[in-house]
Design a protein around this ligand. Sequence first.
Ligand code: GRF
Length: 204
Amino acid sequence: MPGARENPLRLGVLVSGTGSNLQAILDAVATGSLAAQVTVVISNRPGVQALERARGAGVSALTIPHKDFPSREAFDRALVAALREANVEWIVLAGFMRVLTPEFLDAYAGRIINIHPALLPSFPGVDAAKQALDYGVKITGCSVHFVELGVDQGKIIAQRAVPVEAEDDVATLNARIHAAEHELLVSVLRDIAAGRVVPLVSGV
Ligand code: GRF
């Protein structure tokens, strides 16, 4: 198949919290349903569950606290150094709660993806499920997109719709969205590994 790879896709996953999307990737790699290798997981917050999940799967798990750096640029330079050291090819933001600088975006141009719990461009930023409930939408969902400058900005790769039920609260809606996210993110990574999704060429 054109674009198919011989070696597993080398992924760096950036996290800040629970890491259920990271777990979905690790599980898909472990069962052989995703031809990838999570080479390094990096958290900007110490002690989060995502780091435990990485270590549980035998994956190198680093903490690079953003608070230790004088600027976003300095923090991003440390991230890029660690990702280069691990020789990653694509970056997955899986619940990573920091906005990246142009320097980081240039280092992995067109090869950074993010998962967001809404049908972008609706409801960017935090509390997407709450925003959906407050607005009263009957369908929300999740999006995987290329990361470009700004919060939850960049060309959308894939989306999945999720119904909002009348009795939903933030927790029940988030749980339904999360389940969809896990499938969607792994499915996009399969497409990248198979060469069906290729690095975004931007700058037009
Ligand atoms: C997900 O809803 C993701 O879309 C958002 O942050 C959340 C992370 O969840 N960017 P988890 O840490 O993967 O469980």
